[in-house]
Design a binder for this molecule. Sequence first.
Ligand code: CTP
Ligand code: CA
Length: 226
Amino acid sequence: DAARATVGALAGKRVVITAGPTREPIDPVRYISNHSSGKMGYALARAAADAGAQVVLVSGPVNLPVPDGVAVRPVMTAQDMLQEAERVVAEGCDIFIATAAVADYRPAACAGDKIKKTDEAMTLSLVRNPDTLATIAARKNPPFTVGFAAETTDVARYAHDKMQRKKLNMIVANDVSVPGLGFNSDQNAVTVFWPSGEQAIGPDSKQAIADTLVALIAEHSNKVGN
Ligand code: CTP
Ligand code: CA
């Protein structure tokens, strides 16, 4: 089966995976976030560990059990995620997989005290967050980098754009316009793109898709010589 086929495929490799949402504080009791469950990242961590890799999950707040043999570095904000990912990658990383749903913006400032409502409308000022995946891919000796892209239209074109812009080796595109798949679901269907090809995987369980993805990543990362 798919899981068996990947046994040993990543033996001795160090794999770092970002997963889950980030939380961007507004004040001591409020934050901006998204519906990411972390399931795809945790399923990949399990598949990579089953394939013999040493796996570190840099994980936002999720409600999932940690797969056996996987180390977790918990983070909260996008800025934390970048800092922790850089630290872990600096310790050695052959393959970097970014599944996290990172908040693109954060409040310009976090209020020190709980914000009180007034009779007026309220405007929250947001600033751009750093891009963990693009930063890791821009390192001098980058690991084999894999990104995820959730799109609702022109999936192939946007995925190729993101792969080129962020200098990735591979990108996994989710068509999130399909009901019952993707965010928060146990089921998913993806198309994987690399510079010279593509492969559709699923619909299937996130664990089955993760097993197939790990086999594909093992094959391609060996070709690049990472
Ligand atoms: N990503 C990241 N850090 C960010 C934003 C995104 O590491 N601050 C990673 C995600 O984990 C994913 C990939 O980049 O692997 C693409 O994320 P996505 O949100 O689809 O792309 P963006 O570049 O943020 O573009 P947009 O949201 O505008 O489509
Ligand atoms: Ca984004």
